[in-house]
Design a protein around this ligand. Structure first.
Ligand code: PRP
Length: 211
């Protein structure tokens, strides 16, 4: 448990990190360390009792669940796939994209009776999506560049993140159906929420006021 007074917040490295640092700057925090971090993974916001940890998306959830970080900023995609014991308290509105079912352009996904195969980095999201339709599918877990799977005839479709749609388009694929919207969320460890209630609520308020 991160028991001192400082709030430790885990940011998802990359795009969400940049957007969150911009938000912190808008609040008026000194983000100089965050902008000039080199390869450091733990950084301070001087004068604000905030420590920032940089982690991969799924690990943000792990650190917050274990209470070694009080809060985290992570995409709804990661939350939907991994779940966990934390409070999801705020939609930051950035990092906006969506989960979608995509197929080779011009293909009718629902045609025919055979069990379809779906390739995805998000097997839990995919399973729930098709379960809700009462449709049986085979799911193949892929680690990246999921667009390859239907092109190589490993699968009939993919469930993946679509942002601009460029990756699909440039590979002859198209969205067949939207699955769910995605954006960056703030998550909070339940024990931290009790022990550091005022400080966490103050920070959340500042973040929300500057979105
Ligand atoms: C994600 C996603 C798509 C792409 C979508 O991949 O899996 O491939 O971005 O973006 P677009 O709609 O703007 O083209 P990412 O870059 O995270 O890499 P990955 O393929 O290794 O998962």
């Amino acid at each position: 448990m991160n028991s001192n007074k400082t709030i430790r917040i885990a940011l998802t490295k990359g795009r969400l990190e940049k957007d969150t640092v911009n938000l912190f700057e808008k609040i008026g925090y000194d983000v100089s360390q965050l902008r000039d971090k080199g390869r450091r993974l733990i950084l301070e916001i001087p004068g604000a009792d905030i420590e920032v940890v940089l982690a991969k998306a799924a690990d943000v959830i792990t650190y917050v669940e274990h209470g070694v970080c009080d809060m985290g900023v992570v995409g709804k995609d990661t939350i939907d796939e991994y779940g966990g014991k934390f409070f999801e308290v705020c939609d930051l509105g950035f990092g906006r994209c969506r989960f979608a079912l995509a197929v080779k352009a011009g293909t009718d996904f629902y045609k025919g009776y055979g069990v379809k195969t779906i390739a995805t980095k998000y097997p839990n999201v995919t399973r729930r999506f098709f379960e809700a339709k009462g449709m049986d599918v085979d799911i193949v877990k892929i680690e990246g560049s999921v667009e390859l799977a239907p092109l190589l005839s490993l699968s009939d479709g993919i469930v993946d993140i679509v942002e601009t749609g460029t990756t699909l388009k440039e590979n002859g694929l198209a969205v067949y159906e939207d699955v769910s919207p995605i954006s960056a969320r703030v998550i909070v460890n339940p024990v931290s929420m009790k022990l550091k209630k005022n400080d966490i609520e103050t920070l959340l308020q500042k973040m929300e006021n500057n979105l």
